[in-house]
Structures are given as C-alpha cells and as structure tokens.
Design a protein around this ligand. Structure first.
Ligand code: SF4
Ligand code: SF4
Length: 347
C-alpha cells in the first residue's frame, strides 16, 4: 500500500519539494545520476584524465568535504527544530573536515604518512592488513605506532562497546564519511529507498557476503604473513585487488553515490558496506539500541516509512506495536521526527 502523505509536525525534513523532477526520479534525477556515475568512474579508474592521480585524489577529497560542509549547513537549517539532527550533522561535518581531510593531509605532508582516524576495518580493510599494521606498530615514529594501535583498539574495544550502548548510529550517523555525504547531500533522496520485502532480501544477500569476503581476505593475508607462500600470497593479493575494484570502487563510489537520485542515499550502506554489516550484527544481537513504538497512537500515515533511508517499513512495526530492532537501522532518528503522533522513540 502506498503511504498517504500528511503534514509533518515540524520542519523535520528536507525543504525541497518531493514532487520535483530531481527528487522524484524524473529526467533531472537520471541526468544527475549519469553525471555522478561518470565522474566517479573517471576518478576511480582513469584519474589521469584530470591530471596527476595524487592531485586528482586531493581535489576529489576537497570537493567531497566541501559538499558535505555546504549541504551540512543546509541540513542544519532544514532540521533547525530538531536538536538530535543538528548535533549529529555538526558531528558528521566536523569529523569529515578534521579527521578525513585536514589531518590526513597534514600527516602526509609532515612525513608521518596519510592516516584516517575516522575509518576502521572492514570499511577501510587495509587498516587491519599485516602490510599496513606491521610498518605502523614497528615504526620508530611514536605517532605511527599510535595509528596502528588506534586501528586495532577502535575495532576490538570501542566498536562493540559503543554499539552496545548506542547501536550502529554512533558510527553510521555520527562519524562515517559515507554517512556524512548520505546525510547531507543525500538527504533530498532519502525517501527513494525501496521498502519492499524483495529489497530486504537482496540486502541480506549482498551485505553479509561482502563482510564474509573481506574477513576471508584479511585472514588469508595474515596466514600468508605467518606462513610465507608465494602462490598463496599472489592469490590473496589478487583477491584483495578484485575486492578493491568491485567493492571499494564500483560499489561504494560509482553505484553508492552515483545512484543517490535513483535508489536513495544509502545504497552502499544498505547493500554493500561491510562495516554496516558488522555493526548491524552487533546492533541486533548485542546492543541496547531499539526504536520503541506505541501502537495505540499510530494513524498509519506512513511518514516514518517514507523517510526511512534504509528502506525499513517502520509503519508496519508501529501498527503492530512491535519494537524495531533491525540490523540495517542506522539510528538516523528521522522516523521519530516525522511522526505526527509521537509514536516512535529511540532508546
Ligand atoms: S528506522 Fe528510523 S532511525 Fe532507523 S534508519 Fe529508518 S528512519 Fe532512521
Ligand atoms: S508511526 Fe507515526 S509516522 Fe509512522 S505511520 Fe504511525 S503515525 Fe504515521
């Protein structure tokens, strides 16, 4: 059943009209999709088209950060009555600007090597590879030793603890650079995520295999590190290169961002991100986070489902008075904000 649109109680969502060609899969949306996918394909696979690859990647990162900052300001204005959304947007923009742009460039230029304190394995798989960890942890440079241990401790200690208390929102909605772009520039397209059961099935058949594959590649690389074998090393390196091309480039960039205007802003987070898969498993089975519903108050308007960027049919849970404890929920809190009856509560 198509959700009926009714007035939203606060200035809680993107202010641009949803019927516009850009936000409603019209010709403008397809045009933008083609431009974005083409640009991503060139930057990932033919950067020399625009100049020296190193320079192209610097400018790509600069433009990405600028877009997050500009649309972050827009989002804060759009959601100005919602403290939670303002705070998490400020967090996303700040992390992107400081930890994902300024600091990595400063580290590189000061001879410590580029490093992103806001990305962890398995989203940044090389941060747990022996070829990355050995040179960091064995380095005479104490800052590089800190980087190595930061990667390990954030994954092994901080991730389960923070996810236990806050669900995957601590990362997906407050820290991650992919989430930062989705929540700012992608906010206009959040309603485009498919809510059907087929999408949910596809989601589970794509995101968990990606996690399994990267666990396998990482394990193989550590095995070869402990038991050197040139044939196995070649096999592991090849698997890693293919993973980088298909998942790191094609899925996360070309499809993940290029398809914003067609499939919604969280295509990558929903169908491909191994970090989201890992956090989702922890959220479902080892976290206090859930969205509670108050069945008696629900008027079935469908606003919550419409604006869920992860394609969760929130309304169906609300109608049955069931709590929402879905692995895919990124805890954005927009379903809570757009409900005119105060049915939903994140806890
Ligand atoms: S269920 Fe609500 S909090 Fe979770 S992703 Fe959907 S809109 Fe965001
Ligand atoms: S939970 Fe709220 S937003 Fe969702 S269908 Fe019910 S009344 Fe509408």
């Amino acid at each position: 059943m198509t959700p009926i649109q009714i007035a939203i109680p606060t200035e809680a969502v993107n202010s641009a009209p949803m019927s516009s060609s850009l936000r409603n899969r019209g010709w403008m949306a397809y045009g933008l999709g083609i431009v974005l996918t083409s640009l991503y394909a060139i930057v990932y696979w033919r950067p020399e088209t625009f100049g020296a690859p190193q320079t192209v990647w610097f400018w790509y990162s600069a433009v990405y950060t600028l877009v997050v900052c500009m649309f972050g300001v827009k989002k804060i204005i759009d959601y100005r009555n919602e403290r939670y959304h303002m705070l998490r947007t400020v967090s996303l923009v700040t992390v992107q600007l400081l930890l994902a742009f300024i600091l990595p460039n400063m580290l590189q230029h000061s001879g410590h090597g580029e490093f992103y304190f806001s990305y962890f394995w398995p989203l940044k798989p090389e941060y747990l590879f022996p070829s990355t960890l050995h040179p960091l942890i064995d380095s005479p440079d104490r800052l590089r030793v800190f980087m190595g241990w930061w990667s390990v401790i954030m994954l092994v200690v901080a991730t389960p603890v923070l996810t236990y208390f806050y669900g995957k929102r601590w990362y997906c909605s407050w820290v991650c650079g992919c989430g930062a772009l989705a929540e700012t520039a992608g906010d206009s397209f959040r309603h485009l995520s498919s809510k059907g059961p087929l999408s949910w099935t596809i989601e589970r058949w794509t995101i968990y295999p990606v996690l399994v594959i990267i666990i396998g590649i990482t394990a193989l690389l550590w095995y070869v590190d402990a038991h050197p074998d040139p044939a196995l090393q070649l096999y592991a390196d090849t698997a890693n290169r293919i993973y980088g091309f298909v998942i790191g480039g094609l899925f996360s960039g070309v499809v993940g961002v290029g398809f914003y205007p067609i499939l919604g802003s969280r295509v990558w987070c929903r169908f491909g991100c191994p970090m989201a898969a890992l956090l989702g498993i922890l959220q479902k089975y080892a976290s206090r986070f859930r969205i509670e519903t108050n069945q008696g108050q629900c008027i079935s308007c469908g606003n919550c489902s419409t604006y869920c960027e992860m394609g969760i049919d929130v309304r169906s849970y609300a109608q049955e008075g069931k709590e929402i404890k879905r692995a895919s929920c990124v805890g954005c809190g927009v379903c809570v904000s757009v409900c005119p009856r105060g049915v939903l509560r994140a806890s």
